[in-house]
Design a protein around this ligand. Structure first.
Ligand code: MG
Length: 214
């Protein structure tokens, strides 16, 4: 675990992930043509890949398992709030996968559903731009855009959301530790350069985690 992935390191109050091509592959539209839901675990490992009804493999990519596992304590304590901004073509399939994939909680030696890590909005729907998803996330969390970090594998989404002043990381190969560290560093530098109090990040994280609308 790198220092920036430590639970004691400062983390962005809200972290938002795309799904298709960022946390998992293939993209859901690629399963069209007798594939898709229902999905089931393949093999004996509870944290392994899954297959669709046609037998197509769907798996978490890059360092998604490692990065998200490292965030479990911070999510549980409200230090950071994870959310989803996705235009997935099959939202219900995506939600099924979020419940089916398991992430290992190394502290308790248990495997928790990926969905359980997303205490923030899980926004999965088509829209002209992911600006709509972020407007919803901002309204529901009360956290300003400049205290959010976003990971996405499509440049057009990165370009659109960057205009909101969200710290955006382009992840063409999916979420990796390198990209994660890059996102945290971008937010940290933003905190350092902004003329505001040192407790601001923690305050906004508490706002996100404590919102009754989440
Ligand atoms: Mg994507």
């Amino acid at each position: 675990m790198t220092p920036s992935m430590s639970v004691t390191a400062a983390l962005p109050p809200v972290v938002v992930f795309d799904l298709d091509g960022t946390l998992w592959n293939p993209e859901m539209y690629q399963l069209w043509g007798s594939g898709g839901a229902p999905f089931r675990h393949a093999g004996s490992s509870p944290t392994g890949h899954v297959v669709d009804k046609k037998g197509n493999k769907v798996d978490l990519i890059g360092d998604t398992r490692e990065v998200l596992a490292s965030l479990i304590p911070a999510v549980a304590s409200g230090v950071t709030c994870l959310a989803v901004a996705s235009t997935c073509d099959e939202p219900e399939w995506a939600r099924e996968l979020l419940h089916l994939f398991r992430i290992t909680n190394t502290d308790s030696a248990t495997h928790v559903p990926l969905m359980s890590l997303f205490k923030g909005p899980v926004a999965i729907y088509h829209a002209p731009s992911k600006v709509e998803h972020f407007t919803e996330i901002q309204e529901l969390t009360g956290v300003p855009f400049h205290d959010m970090v976003f990971f996405d594998n499509q440049r057009n989404n990165i370009d659109a959301v960057s205009r909101l002043a969200v710290h955006c990381v382009y992840c063409p190969e999916g979420l990796t530790r390198h990209y994660w560290d890059q996102g945290v560093d971008m937010w940290t530098r933003g905190q350092a350069s902004a003329p505001r109090g040192g407790h601001r990040a923690r305050d906004t994280a508490a706002t996100a985690a404590g919102s009754g609308r989440l």
